[in-house]
Design a binder for this molecule. Structure first.
Ligand code: EPZ
Length: 417
């Protein structure tokens, strides 16, 4: 079992290149199934979740080539529409293969997806949307058998702007006739990136990034090449590392527009942020100031995926900060581990964390419970006195490419054992 060993208390001074976005790469890899040809995907991060997506593509019959951060998917030979439970359970994003398989084959046989245990994570919105597009879905014993005698366009209003449901509808629409309209669609940058890929393949999509997305049917998608957007959540993780450890960090390859929901929070703590072309430089103050209130919201609100790392850095700030988690029911699993490191945090009603900033954190033996929670422990460890050992780092490897190498480049003392 691998673990990270971090010696804290050392100010950062370095530069790191930002990886491509996991949450963009995964739906785009499943979108490759809808193309009866070749998809060349650049800036695809090297993550265990990406490897899991490639395994699914291979199982379906696609040919895969991985050359550094470029993945080439030849889906012309795809010939099956089932995904075994073992592959489905490797990650949450496996569920967006459902829309892609329906578009390509008019059928899909999958099971409930796996992924980080951060809440109930139902898929009711996905399924009701696909049903309204003329899919018959039989759910029994965790198995989802889906069939259609022709996907139909539909007007779908989502009760919540779910990222995954929006992606599944967009993907299923690739095989539907007519115009599908998604109202209350997710507006995340990853949705815009998926639309950009599908458009490069010949799809007609309007309004991605806004609440209403219109998708016109496109019977045949062509081969295309696409570059994945930078990972805004990993960018905010590196920023939190600098804020927690102190010092200066340069992050190369950011998209500032995608970071607009998080930058004001860092500035409130006293961090100075400057941007030169696509390089962000963050300079931490001697001691961070508290942030009165942070609420996670769908984009362009503050991202739930940055909640844990912000909490970790605020643990040592001056004053009391309050974080409300509005997206997932169980996304404070990092709190007991931060408390082991000397943080003073109490959770009220499961959804609100009150962080009384302490002067010092101390190194401890802690364990990741999920991807972003694991990153939060690394953030706290960089600002803690002494040595921290972070276990269960397979969670971190799902979404952060070689975190120890990136943080070493920023000047941290960290190694993987
Ligand atoms: C995506 O998950 C991301 N994952 C998550 O990132 C991210 O936290 C989340 O969007 C919100 O931004 C990927 O892109 C692979 P949702 P997703 O559907 O699509 C409820 C990370 O750390 N809901 O927008 O699963 C759901 O329970 C991960 O990288 C339903 O009730 O998120 C949740 O409370 C973790 N029914 C809320 O909506 C449904 O059918 C948001 O979920 C679907 C969702």
């Amino acid at each position: 079992m691998e673990r990270l060993v971090i010696s804290g208390g050392k100010k950062l001074d370095g530069k790191v290149s930002l990886q491509g976005s996991k949450n963009s790469a995964l739906p785009i890899l499943s979108a490759a199934v809808t193309v009866n040809g070749i998809s060349i995907i650049h800036n695809c991060p090297d993550l265990t979740d990406v490897t899991a997506a490639l395994k699914i593509l291979e199982h379906i019959g696609c040919k895969i080539k991985r050359e550094g951060h470029t993945v080439i998917v030849d889906a012309s030979c795809a010939n099956r529409f089932d995904i075994p439970e073992k592959l489905m359970r490797e990650m949450r994003s496996s569920i967006v293969f459902l829309g892609a398989l329906l578009a390509r084959f008019g059928a899909a046989c999958v099971t409930s997806p796996g992924g980080c245990e951060i809440g109930l994570r139902p898929i009711d919105l996905h399924l009701s949307a696909l049903r309204s597009m003329n899919t018959y879905i039989n759910e029994s014993g965790g198995l989802l058998q889906c069939e259609t005698d022709g996907l139909c366009a539909a007007n779908i209003t989502l009760a919540f702007p779910s990222v995954g449901a929006t992606e599944n509808i967009m993907l299923a629409s690739m095989g539907a006739s007519g115009e599908t309209v998604i109202t209350n669609a997710a507006r995340e940058p990853e949705i815009v990136d998926l639309a950009k890929f599908l458009k490069a393949c010949g799809a007609e999509i309007y309004g991605a990034g806004q609440s209403v997305i219109r998708i016109k049917s496109q019977k045949k998608l062509r081969s295309a090449e696409h570059t994945i957007i930078p990972d805004r959540i990993v960018a905010s993780t590196f920023m939190a590392c600098a804020a927690s450890a102190g010092g200066v960090a340069a992050i190369d390859g950011v998209c500032m527009e995608h970071l607009s929901p998080v930058v004001p929070v860092f500035e409130t703590t006293g961090c100075e942020i400057s941007v030169n072309n696509n390089e962000l430089i963050i300079k931490a103050p001697e001691r961070l100031l508290r942030v009165k209130s942070v609420r996670t919201m769908p984009y362009p609100g503050f991202p739930t995926d940055s909640q844990a790392i912000i909490m970790a850095m605020l643990a040592k700030s001056k004053g009391t900060s309050i974080i409300s988690e509005k997206i997932f029911e169980n996304r404070f699993r990092h709190v007991p581990e931060l408390i082991k490191m000397g943080a003073d945090i109490r959770v009220e009603d499961g959804r609100v964390a009150v962080i009384e900033g302490v002067k010092k954190l101390r190194g401890a033996h802690v364990s990741s419970s999920d991807l972003r929670g694991g990153c939060a422990l690394a953030v706290a460890a960089l600002g803690a006195d002494g040595k921290t050992v972070v276990d269960e780092i397979h969670h971190i490897d799902r979404g952060c490419e070689a975190l120890e190498k990136s943080l070493s480049a920023l000047g941290a003392e960290i190694k993987r054992e």
